[in-house]
Design a protein around this ligand. Structure first.
Ligand code: ATP
Ligand code: FE2
Length: 326
């Protein structure tokens, strides 16, 4: 069985194709980019409108398949920006109708976790999901993927991008701050904000901007201290979730998961508690259609041919979803 999955929650329009054995057949993405970062929903929607046909065509070509070889369609139902989600819904229902095959809507955050499991062979991990817009620590418990901790304001990626923009580095800031941090030598104390299992970044951002404006600190040290502080926060919450759930695997997924220092800190924490840290390839760390196609395979029993019954779920939370496939 081949499933074609469509991702369109935010910047990226993606199409992935995978079979029911987990064999990857294609993963094509086209991302809406802006000079300064941020996202304008109507512009992103327009980008997806322009990109959608070619991305799907290219995925079929890459997989060396004809549309008739597809048995199931899946799409990102939420959470995400409504105008963007609608493009994905429309394209996927059109395709399913034309091919007369079932279609299933899936949750974007859970897709990050499931593709991480597939590609790393982790069995029952805690997921650290640090992306642009989201920052969550998720684990399976009692029939659902539960959010054990999350950001109380912005996602860690958007926080890093905001500081990078403030100091003139451009967008995306994550990789640039990572490079700059390598040259930092002195740790400058920053607010460390863990509240129970949650984290918060807006106070740290204000503090960093003030320190930068004071001209008393060098930028490399600020970048270094930013990473050390906020990554320690993420690792602390992940460790607490692992301890609480009695799980010994940690998987990372989300754009900030490309950061080598964050991965190193996760590895150290997991080793210290005799656990294991897994990082899937960067191509599934960022938003992509492959993870949507794989979750489609897992949720194939929930697929429908009642095409008009489908809708988007812009505010769907990870723990709204009944996990029936485990
Ligand atoms: P989501 O809808 O899942 O929140 P998103 O589009 O907001 O997705 P991703 O595509 O998962 O986010 O990731 C983008 C973020 O990852 C950006 O904020 C970018 O700066 C950050 N990022 C990318 N590479 C690195 C890196 N090496 N270090 C730190 N941050 C990084
Ligand atoms: Fe994502």
């Amino acid at each position: 069985m081949n499933c074609l999955g469509i991702e369109s929650t935010a910047h990226t329009f993606g199409c992935g194709i995978i079979d029911d054995k987990g064999r990857i057949l294609a993963n094509v993405t086209d991302a809406y980019k802006t000079e300064k970062g941020g996202i304008h929903p109507t512009e992103a929607k327009q980008h997806h409108e322009n990109a959608k046909d070619k991305v799907v065509e290219d995925a079929l070509k890459a997989a060396n398949l004809k549309p008739e070889d597809i048995d199931l369609i899946s799409f990102s139902q939420g959470p995400g920006l409504a105008p963007c989600l609608l493009v994905g819904l429309k394209k996927s229902t059109e395709l399913a109708k034309k091919l007369n095959i079932p279609i299933v809507g899936v949750n974007h955050c859970i897709a990050h976790l499931e593709i991480g499991k597939l590609l790393t062979k982790a069995k029952d991990p805690v997921l650290l999901y640090p992306s642009g817009a989201n920052t969550q620590v998720i684990a399976y418990d009692g029939g659902k993927y539960r959010v054990f901790g999350e950001t109380l304001d912005q996602g860690v990626g958007n926080f890093i991008d905001a500081f990078a923009r403030y100091i003139g580095l451009g967008f995306p800031g994550g990789p640039k701050i990572e490079k700059l941090a390598l040259q930092g030598k002195n740790y400058i104390e920053l607010p460390y904000v863990v509240k129970g299992m949650d984290v918060s970044f807006s106070g740290i951002l204000t503090n960093l901007k003030q320190k930068y404006d004071s001209k008393k600190y060098n930028t490399e040290d600020l970048a270094f201290s930013l990473q050390e502080t906020v990554f320690a926060m993420l690792v602390e919450v992940s460790e607490r979730a692992m301890a609480h759930c009695n799980k010994n695997e940690l998987v990372i997924g989300g754009g900030v998961g490309c950061n080598k220092r964050l991965r190193e800190m996760c590895t150290i924490m997991c080793n210290e508690r005799n656990g294991r840290f897994y990082a899937p390839p960067n191509e599934v760390m960022v938003d992509n259609g492959l993870m949507i196609s794989w979750l489609g395979i897992l949720q194939r029993k929930q697929a429908t041919t009642n095409y008009n019954s489908l809708d988007i779920k812009p505010y769907e939370r990870t723990d709204d979803v009944e996990v029936k496939w485990r």
